[in-house]
Ligand binder design. Sequence first.
Ligand code: ZN
Length: 299
Amino acid sequence: MRRNATQVKRWTTIILTAACMLGATLMAYAKDPTGPALEALTEQETDGPAAPQEEEIQAQEPPQPQEAPDEAASQGQETQPEENRADGLVLSGGRYLDPNAPMVALTFDDGPYAPVGNRIMDSMEQYDGRCTFFVVGDRVASYPSEILRMHQNGHEIGNHTYNHKYLDKLNAEQVRSQVELCRQAVASVTGEAPVLVRLPGGRKNGTVLANIPYPIIMWNLDTRDWKTRNASSSIQSVLGGVKDGDIILMHELYSASGDAAAALIPALRERGFQLVTVSELARFRGGLQNGALYYSFGR
Ligand SMILES: [Zn+2]
């Protein structure tokens, strides 16, 4: 009897253990249909700058060109083959924009940094907004999932040099290298090199301007978020003076900047501003030229 009871207990333990393992596996797949491999990559990504293996990057879904009318369709809006609708709205970045209504470009420098960047994108996408991330090239390989999300969801990836050197301290060849290496880093993840350039610290001289054959995007509304690390201060600096065509400077590295963005995005929408990328803003406000400097796109 005693021996039988021990055997029953042992078999019960084995069956329960097997059931638990099966359950855990099913839950892992339910959480992420692509399986635990991508989950592991995501966890590694938030840990910091450790570069994931090449195979892990390739294991993800391949980059796809941005052309997402699905979002508009799911919202019950009329979709037509043409980009321009009869009422003047223009399909861009997966939602419709009114070229004649107020719009501003929120820009976030110094990332990628997934814990803040994904939060900004969550809020942007909830409110039909898109924004521009000026990324530092040597950080890109650490956050491939975040970079792909920017690319696939209609946000804009800009070039903030390869490792954030002040370009006015470099020679011509070094300036060109800083810009080109960042382009390559982004293209290795998305398949598309960024066009717009933002200068680290905004610092420039004749050599810098002569050796960057792309539009250079400055700003006209500076939140100074990197200095204050205070969300209320950043929110106030924007809402206190924002106007149509503004390019707003923020930074992706600080949680306070994420807090500020999460509050600013609905507040700006409520005030009637469309939240657009720099290229969208330029498209409706006169365009861009290589080698030219842009501070805002007011009418
Ligand atoms: Zn910077």
